[in-house]
Ligand binder design. Sequence first.
Ligand code: DGJ
Length: 598
Amino acid sequence: MEIPARKSLADKKNPVWNAKETTMKLMGIFCSTILCSLALAASQSRNSPVPAAAASDIPHLRKQGTATQLIVDGKPFLALAGELHNNSCTSLEYMKPLWAKIAASRLNTVLAGVSWAQIEPQEGKFDFSLLDGVIQGARAQNLRLVLLWFATWKNGLSSYPPNWVKQDSDRFPRAQMFGDATPWPVFGGPRFQVNGNLSIELMSPMGDATRDADAGAFAAMMRHIKAVDGQQHTVIGIQVENETGIQGDTRDRSPAALAAFDGPVPTELMNYLQEHKSSLIPALAKVWEAAGFKTSGTWAEVFGKGRPADEIFMAWVFSRYIGKVVDAGKAGYPIPMITNCPQEGFGRAPAPLKGGGQSGGAMPDAFDVWRAGGPKIDLFGADIYSNDYAGFCARYAQSGNPLFIAETGGGGVDIKAKALYAFGRHDAMAFSPFGIDSMVGDPSDPFGYDLISQIAPLILKHQGDGTMTAILPGPNGAPTKIQLGNYTLEVAPARPRGAPPAQAQSSPQPQAPASVAMFISTGPDEYYAIGRGVTVYFYPNPNTPGQTLAGLGTVEEGHFVNGKWVPGRLFAGDDTEQGQYLDLRNLGILRFTLYRYH
Ligand code: DGJ
C-alpha cells in the first residue's frame, strides 16, 4: 500500500479567520487582571462596553503552507490538550487539586465546559465568578483554555440552558418528532417523552428567541473574557455548543420546521453550492447531483426525498443558528471558534424513533452546508471514539478543515499513538482525550505529551510544507511505503530481533500499545523518527541526487531540550540489525542520516 506524504494545496479551501499578527507578546505574569475584573463581572450586562484589544494580539489562526496554525502570543501553538468531564468546572473546589496534576501530566491546554445556566441564572443577570476562578486556576499553572460553551445544545439534547429558558416553551420552543407514545430507550432508559405533543427536550433550531438569548449570553461572556483575559490569553479558543444534532428522528417536526422544510432552500445555501460546485465534499455533491443539480426548489426537490435531504436541512438550520451565536461572540472578542461532531457522514441519522446517530451535526459530509450557514465558524472539531481512528482523522482533515481533535478515547489504538499520528500525519492543531480528570497525575506521561512537547517546535516548523508525516501500521499490516524527502520509507510493525520479514508478516506480535511513527525530513539525507514499534527500510527516490542504494549513516537516540537536539547512544550493530533497517522499538526519538552507495 502507498500513501501520499501529504495532502495537496488544492485540498485547502476552508475560510479561516485570519487576523494580522504582530510580534510575540510576553506572557503576562498572573496578576490583578482577574481580580480587578470580578467587580466588573458582577455588573456586566449584555451591552457593557469593554476596552479594545488589538486584533493582532489575540489568539487567531494563520496559514502555513497547507496547514492552519493556531497562533498564541504571536507564535504557532500546538495544543497538547485534554477535555475535562462535562461539569468539572462547575466547582472550583473540585478543580483545585486537578490543575497542578494536569500541568504535571504535561498538558498545555484544557478543554473546559461553561454552563449557560451558571453564567446567566436569571435573564440578563450574569455571574462570571466561576469562570474567573477557572481562568485563574488554569493561568496559575500556565495552562491555556478552550472553553466549551454548553448552551442551547449538548449531545443532541438541551440540558444546559438556564431554567428560565427551559421553563418557557412558548418563547423557547422545543423540537418535535414523529412518533407514538413509545419512549425511545437510549443508554438503558427512556429518554424522550413523546406522548401528546411530540416535543423532545431539544430546543428547536427554529427558535429565534432561543438563538438570540443564547447569542446574547455568549456575547456577554466573550466581552467579559476580553476584559479579563484580552492581554494574557489564557483562553485561546471556544467550542460553541457541543455535538449538536437531533436524535430519534432525522429532522425537527415542529410546525416552524415543517413549514421551512416545505419552503424553498434559502438563496444563501443555493448560492454557496453553485459557487463551490467543483470543490464540494463528494457526499454532498452526490446527493445534489442525484436530485438533478437543481438551483432552486424545496429541500426535497433540491436534495431528493429521504434522509440526506433531512440531514442537510438540519445542518442548515443548526449552522445558521450557531453561526449567529458565533457572530455575536466574535463581535465581543474574536478568538477562534469551533464546533464539534462525533459523526462522519450522511446516512447515520436515525429512522424516526429508532435510535442510532444524530442528524444535522457538523460532520464531514455536511461541512459545506455548515460553511454556508455559519461562515465565521473557524473549523469543525472531531470527536473520535471510533475504532477507525485514522479514517476519521482523514475525513475531518478533508477539504481544508484543520484537524482539531476535540475529544477522543475508546476504540482503536492507544492515546499516545493517536496523538503522534494526528500531529504528524494531519498537521493537527489540537489533540484532546476526553475525561482527563482521572487520567492525570500519573507521572508516566499519560498522553505522550512529554515527548511531543520536546518536538513541538520541529512539528510547528514543518507543518504544511510536505516534510512531515506519520503512520499507524496495524499489527498485521503489510509494510507501507511513504515518499518523504529524497527517500521512500518502508514502514512495518517492529519484528523480533533477528526474525526475517516474512515471519513478521505471518505471525504478528501483539501490539498493545500500538505501533506508530512520525517522520520529519530535516535535510536532504537527514530525518527524525518519533514513535514506537516500527521497522523502517529506505530506498532513494528516483531523480534525487546520489547513487541508487541507500544505507543508514548515523543513527542516534536522544531528546530535545528547548528545541535543541541532545544525542544519547549511537546505534549500529544489533540496534539497526547490522545496518539493515531503522529499529524504532521503544517510545522515543531517533535522529538518523542516510547515505548512497553502489
Ligand atoms: C461526547 C460528548 O461530547 C462529551 O461531552 C461527553 O458527553 C462524552 N461524549 C461522554 O462519553
